[in-house]
Design a protein around this ligand. Structure first.
Ligand code: LIP
Length: 278
């Protein structure tokens, strides 16, 4: 119980809601999705993103009327990103990897984290197309389809499989940094992967299938769940410059070990997206 929040019931409810939302995503994934552009021509939203966010928020409100939300689509309206308080707050990305979803490339997911007193108590990352469900509860480990998972333990960058993204902006300054880092990574790492979903990139680190992930420009809803799942799998999540992870900074670096995280951090040209999410 965090402050009289029934976490067991929360976990049961969010698992059921993501299963229901997953059915909607799989159904809609059978046909090419119409989309609308948000901040630019590669920052997309579909009706499915909107419907899944509403489904999850309404389902939670039904059981927990006082709980708060920070959802990607709600935050993209004039209301903007809600302030994170000590209240129980669900941080939701209804379809992470919307570009993949629009192309029916089966690598997108629902990503949900619950924070109480600003501490993440539980997390789910669920790719319904491939039936990949990553879950974690604070202090209770991380799981993949019910099986306990561990990060790879990799300490060396030259032996590491690293994931990152171009992102959904063509801002020249940002693209210069992204390409500089990709060129440097191509010389320093075992392999580099760009798969199109920040949440699944972090889940792969928790699964031990990738050894590190970094990105500039993501939002709180892209990384909230992944942060807890990586840490509960024995990995680390830091700021890409080497300091403490700040969920509102739009910057993330996740790695199997502190040594790999610091080695990767030293290799990165830094970028500070504006504005922050708060
Ligand atoms: C996407 C992230 C991706 C990032 C994109 C975007 P969306 O989330 O998964 O890692 O590069 O800019 O934030 O918009 O598909 O939910």
């Amino acid at each position: 119980m965090a402050d009289n929040v029934d976490l067991g019931k929360c976990f049961e409810i969010i698992n059921n809601l993501t299963t229901e939302a997953g059915r909607l995503i799989v159904h809609n994934n059978e046909t090419r999705q119409d989309f609308v552009c948000k901040s630019g021509d590669i920052d997309l939203v579909t009706q499915t993103d909107q419907d899944v966010e509403k489904l999850i928020m309404n389902g939670i409100r039904h059981h927990f009327p006082s709980h708060k939300f920070i959802g990607e689509e709600e935050s993209s309206t004039d209301a903007g990103v809600k302030k994170l308080t000590d209240e129980p707050t669900w941080i939701i990305d209804p379809v992470d990897g919307t570009m993949n979803f629009v192309h029916a490339f089966p690598h997108s997911c629902i990503s949900v984290g619950l924070k109480v007193n600003k501490v993440t108590e539980m997390a789910i990352i669920y790719n319904p197309m491939l039936e990949q469900r990553f879950t974690a509860r604070r202090g209770q480990g991380a799981f993949y389809n019910g099986r306990r998972i561990q990060a790879s333990g990799q300490k060396e960058l030259s032996k590491a499989l690293v994931t990152s993204e171009f992102g959904t902006t063509r801002d020249e300054q940002k693209m210069k940094v992204v390409n500089e880092n990709f060129a440097n990574m191509a010389k320093k790492v075992h392999g580099l992967r760009v798969l199109g979903s920040a949440a699944l990139n972090m889940a792969m680190v928790a699964l031990g299938a990738a050894d590190a992930n970094y990105e500039f420009g993501i939002h709180a809803w892209d990384v909230c769940a992944g942060d807890l799942i990586v840490r509960e799998a024995g990995g680390v999540v830091i700021d890409p410059a080497g300091g403490e992870f700040d969920i509102m900074s739009r910057r993330v670096l996740a790695a199997a070990t502190p040594q790999l995280a610091q080695e990767l951090s030293k290799e990165l040209t830094q970028f500070y997206p504006q504005p922050r999410d708060d």
